[in-house]
Ligand binder design. Sequence first.
Ligand code: FAD
Ligand code: UDP
Length: 372
Amino acid sequence: MKKNYLVVGSGLFGAVFAHEAAKRGNKVTVIEQRNHLAGNIYTKEVDGIQVHQYGAHIFHTSNKEVWDYVQQFAEFNRYTNAPVANYYGKMYNLPFNMNTFSEMWGVRTPQEAMDKINEQRQEMAGKEPQNLEEQAISLIGRDIYEKLIKGYTEKQWGRKATELPAFIIKRLPVRLTYDNNYFNDDYQGIPKGGYTQIVEKMLDNENIEVKLNTDFFDNKDEYLKTFDKIVYTGMIDKFFDYKLGELEYRSLHFETEEKDVDNYQGNAVINYTDAETPYTRVIEHKHFEFGKGDKNKTIITREYPADWKRGDEPYYPVNNERNNELYKQYRELAEKENDKVIFGGRLGQYKYYNMDQVISAALESVKGEFEK
Ligand code: FAD
Ligand code: UDP
């Protein structure tokens, strides 16, 4: 039995689902409220450089199935993310590794670093960390917390580190080697020629029709009537007209500038970890792809965290206790719509997903839908 699907949102979740549904002979209409495809992974060429329009996107995963899956849609380079932190003009390597410890304390060996970290952790001895601040101090000590975590985190999330859940920084590796690779994953890279092609290729199928500049909410009732099934990747609370209350999101504001120099900051990503600089990071896009870009031109983007209110772009779900509890209630409403609507992606599942996790979740939905 072939069906007529409506996919709301052309980000990775929607694109993977649409691709797989169309491959199986179903008709798919993809609607996208923006004027371009690809959701937050959208990249656009300027001065021969792929500009990451919605912030730096580095593909990394330990999930071989997902890694093999994306290779169908792009060739990846061997870019390894190695951001550097700028704290009041002093530079520190990230993630926290022997280079950082050496820059911070002058230590040279893993043993010297361990001794220093253990000495710093003492203030949390015997205490169970209750929030992000305590988690950070018990993981790595106060010096690193104050210089590399506190300012950045409070800017990013718009609240005190003592009011944030610990899990946010559990993502960050701590290493006793001189290895600046930001991720521990088996596979990592950037698609040569940018990310947009991935979604374009996924949607390049005669069974798929794409409509840009089209908001689901302009015709919600009609869509629910017309299509056999809807895959919805927008905000779950908005789908239900916020009837249980608003989930919280963090927004971002990007400021992009062309500079008439070949190399502006010497690295793709520099984090500004002090509390005063209003932006969290500066991206220099040409460093994501070796040897690309016009001579004496470079594009940089400053990323400013921002509060979210209705109408703003909801970049990050805020997965604290209050919001997770509310999400659970929305989830219950969603389950009642199971036969008609699949909720997917960072906004539909209200989860701080990376790209690989979104692909994996979409492939799970595909299995649930077509391999029953
Ligand atoms: P989205 O890409 O947000 O797609 C949803 C789409 O639905 C959007 O295009 C939206 O316009 C559309 N839509 C919403 N509502 C409607 C509506 N009512 N009608 C029509 N269309 C609608 N992941 C990594 O793996 N590595 C990284 O380095 C990384 N860096 C990131 C940096 C930033 C600043 C951000 C914000 C995210 C980053 N991510 C990263 C996460 C990554 O962007 C997401 O995991 C992924 O793009 C989510 O895909 P999605 O399809 O769920 O959502
Ligand atoms: N973080 C930090 N200092 C940094 C980089 C990250 O304190 O220099 C913290 C911050 O709280 C951030 C979290 O670690 O929200 C996760 O960082 P990541 O780089 O994974 O964030 P993303 O790229 O998803 O925004």
